[in-house]
Write a new protein. Structure first.
Length: 483
């Protein structure tokens, strides 16, 4: 089985969110199962600097509104072969993959990711300029979602297509006038195709034309078939429910391993949980919190947005601090949210702390040093931090949505009795419900035997990519068109 994994980001080369983590780890897990997976990724400036030994494999002539490009080959993350789409006029820029240094979307994103999609489809056709030909083109999110449409209308298509939805809220909606410059036939611009309220939706194109649709947790697969989490595409998804599969993401268990983590001062495991206290003290010192070993410390590493529920934490904070508990909030986001987090820390010195920015070692220290981890997301397709926190013996407090439902078992008498309890869930995305769940968590923290059981239950869970790789392989087998 040969699979082209088309993505706009892949850690450690370039990352803005969970897609980067998935693309950096899942292909390697699939290769470990004997599947010949290769990445297709734009050669952004930072990617070109990281993979400076890339060799040219093919040229792609200009077509429609797309400039000419080259395909380079290099060894990518974890040794996975990587094809780099080299088009300097589109990708060799300062700033990020999707936005400039000021945070504004690149004006030509439709062309940039239209070209990425077109090349992904080209490599799945008989006319591919490469000798290596995939059986499946696996696309990810809107940035590669036109590929299934290109394949559907290509006379020499030989590969099947799979689209994975990592976050349905981002759909790649562009003006209808781009249908020609994108090189798509007029017959694709229908309500049954990529037309969306008079515009083009990259993601709807994939939902209409892909042979299989996957998303990043079973619960999210159900949620997106109705309002509000369908974001206008719930009807399309419900109509294609027979092609839709929810597969819970995994995590990189080599990077996120408390027994071997070089980012924390004290390594520990399920049988040495007493060493976790040294990490708590280090986190308190790093963030200027009072050194209070007996007071539970709640951590959060997140984007500061309403989707992630940071406003719920801010609203509930004064009552959480009175339990008593401490708060350590790490992340970036909207200016008003960042200002509110700073104000919270300023008004409660020694009890609440804020770090505005992204700091990977600090993220590891929060997972290792906090006693519990907050994830009050209004919606969360998969989520990774709740898996990290369980692996680090830091029971999570989560809103019952998406992948959080599928990966956290609520602490209750029956789940404590059967050894499955790993955290705390709350049903409504409100500050009161969050506070109630944190109160339950603090109560459990004060019962050492209960808390140790919760920690060890979570640390025993298998969140590696192995189980997900098995399910993706089954999807590939179902749709692949072999010559």
């Amino acid at each position: 089985m040969r699979v082209l994994f088309a993505t706009s980001e892949a850690t450690p080369l370039v990352k803005t969110g969970g897609l980067g983590d998935v693309a950096g780890a899942l292909p390697a897990a699939l290769r470990a199962r004997g599947i010949d997976v290769r990445l297709l990724l734009p050669r952004y400036r930072q990617v070109g600097a990281a993979l400076d030994r890339a060799r040219e494999r093919a040229s792609v002539p200009a077509l429609a509104g797309f400039p000419a490009a080259r395909i380079l080959e290099a060894k990518g993350p974890r040794g996975v072969p990587c094809y780099l789409l080299d088009c300097p006029v589109l990708f060799d820029r300062d700033g990020g993959p999707y936005q400039d240094a000021a945070g504004a979307d690149w004006h030509d994103n439709a062309v940039r990711f239209g070209l990425l999609s077109r090349v992904a489809a080209l490599l799945g056709c008989a006319g591919s300029p490469l000798d290596w030909r995939p059986d499946v083109v696996h696309c990810n999110d809107w940035q590669t979602a036109l590929a299934p449409a290109y394949l559907r209308f290509a006379a020499d298509a030989r590969a099947a297509s799979v689209i994975t939805i990592h976050n349905l809220a981002f759909q790649g909606i562009v003006p209808a006038g781009l249908i020609g410059p994108l090189g798509l036939p007029a017959e694709s611009f229908t309500i049954a195709g990529l037309e969306y309220h008079g515009s083009i939706s990259f993601l709807k194109a994939a939902l209409a034309y892909a042979d299989a649709i996957t998303t990043v947790s079973p619960t999210y697969a159900r949620e997106i078939q109705s309002e509000p989490l369908g974001f206008g595409l719930q009807g399309v998804l419900a109509a294609r429910s027979d092609a839709l599969t929810g597969i819970l993401n995994g995590i990189d268990t080599d990077v996120w391993d408390p027994e071997r983590d070089a980012s924390i001062p004290a390594a520990y495991g399920p049988d040495t949980l007493e060493r976790k206290a040294a990490n708590k003290r280090a986190l308190q010192e790093r963030l200027g919190l009072a050194i209070e070993p007996a007071v539970p410390l709640a951590g959060m590493v997140s984007r500061f947005t309403d989707q992630k529920g940071i406003d719920l934490v801010i609203e509930a904070a004064r009552w959480i601090l009175r339990l008593p508990a401490q708060l350590a909030l790490v992340g970036t986001g909207a200016r008003e949210q960042e200002d509110a987090v700073r104000a919270l820390a300023r008004h409660h010195p020694g009890r609440a702390a804020a770090f505005i920015g992204f700091d990977e070692p600090l993220a590891h220290l929060v997972e290792a040093g906090a006693d519990l981890f907050l994830m009050p997301s209004r919606f969360e397709p998969s989520g990774l931090n709740q898996m990290y926190s369980q692996r680090y013996g830091t029971p999570p407090v989560v809103h019952a949505t998406g992948g959080l439902v599928d990966s956290v078992v609520d602490c209750a008498p029956e789940t404590l009795a059967d050894g499955t309890a790993t955290g705390f869930k709350f049903a409504a995305p409100t500050a009161i419900a969050l506070l109630d769940a944190v109160d339950r968590a603090v109560g459990a923290y004060r019962a050492p035997a209960t808390w140790r059981a919760l920690q060890r239950n979570g640390m025993a869970r298998d969140f590696s990519w192995g189980p997900a790789a098995v399910r993706y392989a089954a999807v590939y087998e179902r749709v692949a068109r072999r010559p």
